[in-house]
Write a protein that binds this ligand. Structure first.
Ligand SMILES: Cc1ncc(COP(=O)(O)O)c(C=O)c1O
Length: 391
């Protein structure tokens, strides 16, 4: 049969049916699995035979989630992890050792920035941050001991886009591992592997779950790199719970329809807020005013669910805006069915210094809206009335 389309793969890729002929995959809530006999046990441990040995290694629910995500991202192998951050950490330490160096985009999620600047240096892994998309800046940062290029696009929360083709080609030229955090876009809106990424990492907690229920993550990679990733995961145990694997695999079934609606709602809100007298700027990849709108159209199918805007009254108005919301939730999460407003400067990115925040576009008055799946009119009404009352 011809290769299936995204939506079909997301629904039809399933774990092997059991003897009970279930339609929906059961949850394999078991820590270990039985061997047929001593020889079966030996062969499975020797990697001569496929099978689930122990749920820290693999489990049918997590395998289903990862096999499906691999097909959707266009990479052959991967691991499911307990959170997005365990995925980020594993995706770096599985492949790097003491003395290695990473070139990374400065616009990274707060905890990823902590890994780069505070944790990895403890083990002698250093980094250089690069701003923006100038090829010569990325190239100039590459040292003889550089092993990895790391970035997220769109970035959290400033929605800065990185040119995946340019960085992918640089990785190829210098034989470096290209590692992309694809959390904001999801595999439905863009596939970094199409542009040369060797590792794609996810916080599945966000749009992949899409309903604010569980933490989860994933690291997907090539056949060549997979043994190092599998080794790290087996022996350090960042494993996903089978229940979460089951939920997240079910969530992937509806990812396409949800991302279409998130994107349509977000574009509507961004469009209506642009030009508002109390807003300095609105940022959304599929708004014509986004400085990288052309790049967005080149590498993304749609703009995704996140909109950011800066209230002209700075931090004071930002806080009043949150306090006056009637429906929209104030929370640190994103990618939920419910619209969520966040103030990054005082929450997710509060560990960064003021200078660091400014350098990645997080001003005091910046509000991040994770636009949900409620009716667009109700979302807009709440945003507009909260702006009005915050003046
Ligand atoms: C871009 C990005 N990467 C990674 C993470 C971390 O994911 P988790 O909270 O699942 O550990 C987040 C969380 O907000 C994120 O936005």
């Amino acid at each position: 049969m011809k290769e299936k389309k995204f939506e079909t793969t997301a629904i039809r890729e399933q774990a092997k049916r059991s003897e009970n002929s279930e339609h929906s995959v059961p949850i394999y809530a078991t820590s270990s699995f039985l061997f047929e006999d001593a020889e079966d046990a030996r062969a499975q441990f020797a990697d001569e035979k496929e099978g689930s040995i122990y749920s820290r290694y693999s489990n049918p629910n997590n395998d289903e989630f990862i096999d499906k995500l691999c097909l959707l991202e266009g990479l052959p192998k991967g691991i499911a992890t307990s959170s997005g951050m365990s995925a980020m950490f594993a995706s770096i330490v599985a492949f790097l050792k003491q003395g290695d160096h990473i070139v990374a985009s400065r616009a990274l999620f707060g905890s990823t920035h902590q890994i780069m600047t505070k944790l990895l240096p403890r083990w002698g892994i250093t980094h250089t941050y690069v701003d923006g998309n100038e090829e010569q800046d990325w190239e100039a940062a590459i040292l003889p001991n550089t092993k990895m290029l790391f970035f997220e696009t769109p970035s959290n929360p400033a929605l800065e886009l990185l040119d995946m083709e340019m960085i992918g080609k640089l990785g190829e030229k210098h034989k470096l591992i290209v590692n992309v955090d694809n959390c904001f876009a999801t595999p439905y809106l863009q596939n970094p592997a199409d542009w040369g990424a060797h590792v794609v990492t996810h916080s599945a907690t966000k749009f992949i779950d899409g309903q604010g229920r569980v933490l989860g993550g994933a690291v997907l990679t090539t056949e060549d790199l997979y043994p190092d990733l599998k080794y790290l995961a087996r022996h350090t145990g960042p494993s996903m719970s089978p229940f979460h694997g089951w939920l997240l695999s079910k969530s992937l079934e509806t990812l396409a329809v949800r991302m279409d609606k998130h994107s349509a709602n977000a574009l509507h809100i961004a469009d209506r807020l642009e030009g508002h007298a109390d807003i300095n700027f609105v940022r959304y990849p599929f708004l014509k005013s986004h400085p990288q709108h052309e790049l967005a159209k080149k590498q993304m199918r749609k703009g995704g669910g996140i909109v950011t805007f800066e209230l002209s009254g700075g931090i004071e108005q930002g806080r009043k805006f949150l306090d006056n919301l009637e429906m929209i939730s104030i929370s640190a999460n994103l990618g939920d069915t419910r619209t969520i407003a966040t103030h990054p400067a005082s929450t997710t990115h509060s560990k960064l210094s003021q200078d660091e925040r400014n350098s990645v576009g997080i001003s005091d008055g910046l509000v991040r809206l994770s636009v949900g799946l409620e009716h667009e009119d109700d979302i807009l009404t709440d945003v507009l009335q909260a702006i009005e009352k915050s003046k």
